[in-house]
Write a protein that binds this ligand. Structure first.
Ligand code: CA
Length: 231
């Protein structure tokens, strides 16, 4: 898959130089010459990295950077002739990831871009994994794949049934399940136990998780209905 990047630069010789270097390194490059056009592309297309010049016709690079950052996590690299510290600080405050001053080394620009890109890919990879493998609710972290639970930064051990019950309830936040439903889900329909074991297991979970088990913050009793994991 080719990595798509956007270059927003009004000086055509610089824009072409940048494009050539990125294309040589295997990137697909879109080029545009005004801030407004750049913003439209940045928001509507899916780029892995955006290079922004500061002094542009129409919307300038600072405004552009700020608008993009409000909507996207994509790395933004500023390439500018302005080399005052105040401009750099402003750009970073508006969400830029890097600031390179002109004249610049095209190889260094590409190397920096690659470094930002790798970090971005790692970050996105972690975020897309987390909903499926980890549940985070207030001070509670349930690592589903490792079957480990951390409460207020301390690991707490659970039996298999306790873990299954906790994971099931936490995976369906705010939904009420009665004891029969929970028993069937966790112990199985043809299990030889009885549904009183659900009550016992909920009590065990509360003892291990809650600061005050008689006033539970995670697994609540809904009188006459069952239990729910409250978020
Ligand atoms: Ca310019």
């Amino acid at each position: 898959m080719t990595t798509r990047i956007l270059i927003i630069e009004d000086e055509s010789t610089i824009a072409q130089l940048e494009r050539d270097y990125f294309e040589l390194n295997g990137f697909h490059v879109d080029l545009c010459h005004t801030g407004n056009e750049g913003l439209k592309l940045a928001l509507n297309e899916d780029y892995s990295l955006i290079i922004v010049d500061l002094q542009l016709p129409g919307m300038n690079g600072f405004e552009l950077c700020s608008h993009i950052r409000k909507n996207k996590e994509v790395p933004i690299l500023i390439v500018s002739a302005k080399d005052e510290e105040i401009d750099k600080i402003r750009a970073f405050n508006l969400g830029a990831d890097d600031y390179i001053t002109k004249p610049f080394s095209p190889s260094e620009l590409v190397a920096r871009a690659k470094a930002h890109l790798m970090r971005y890919i790692r970050l996105m990879g972690k975020q897309s994994q987390s909903p499926s493998s980890e549940i985070h609710i207030r001070g509670l972290v349930i690592d589903k794949s490792a079957r480990r639970v951390f409460i207020r930064n301390e690991e707490v051990t659970f039996t298999t049934r306790e873990f299954n019950l906790l994971e099931f309830l936490a995976s369906h936040p705010n939904r009420v399940f009665n004891k029969t439903e929970l028993f069937e889900r966790i112990w199985g329909m043809d299990s030889s136990g009885d549904i009183a074991t659900v009550t016992v297991h909920v009590r065990k979970l509360r003892e291990k998780m809650e600061v005050d088990p008689s006033n539970p913050q995670y697994i609540e009793t809904v009188w006459g209905a069952g239990y729910r994991f409250s978020v």
